[in-house]
Design a binder for this molecule. Sequence first.
Ligand SMILES: [Zn+2]
Length: 171
Amino acid sequence: MTYTASRNQRELRSRAETQLERLKLPSDPELTDIVRQVALASGKRIDVEPVGDKDWENITGLVLLTSDSAKILVRKSDPRWYQFHTVLHELSHVAFGHTGCATLPVLHPGQQHVRAGQTVLARGIVTPDFEADLDFSDSGLVMEAEAEKLSQMLSRLVLRPRHGRDEAVFG
Ligand SMILES: [Zn+2]
């Protein structure tokens, strides 16, 4: 599958929905189900690894890609819920088949993790406000927006209330 970036908001949403369907997640999925299904759909081995944060001032996660693997690095010091969202975001890049990242500076600390044949997608602290005015001519930004959209859909599945009656307590 060769990747081309979405051209507008509608296409972006429908592509994220298509990716979600393609994953064929079980009902009430856990994060491990999502990792497994993304690995199946993408044909890549997936590892998630928390790393130290000395050099990670502006970056909270990244994924190292090869043709048959994806290693997702998340910042150890971030709160668990944020690491969780970062993993979903990076998994979404993998599901979409995104490659390369024009926004990663050449001397980025993430580079020390990179080996020959890998490309990097990095998650910065500043996420573009993709719902508002995304520049669809910038494929790097569009990739970020696509990953963010799919990861929101995924986190809604994982975080939705498991017990309807518990929820009723809150009115
Ligand atoms: Zn990203």
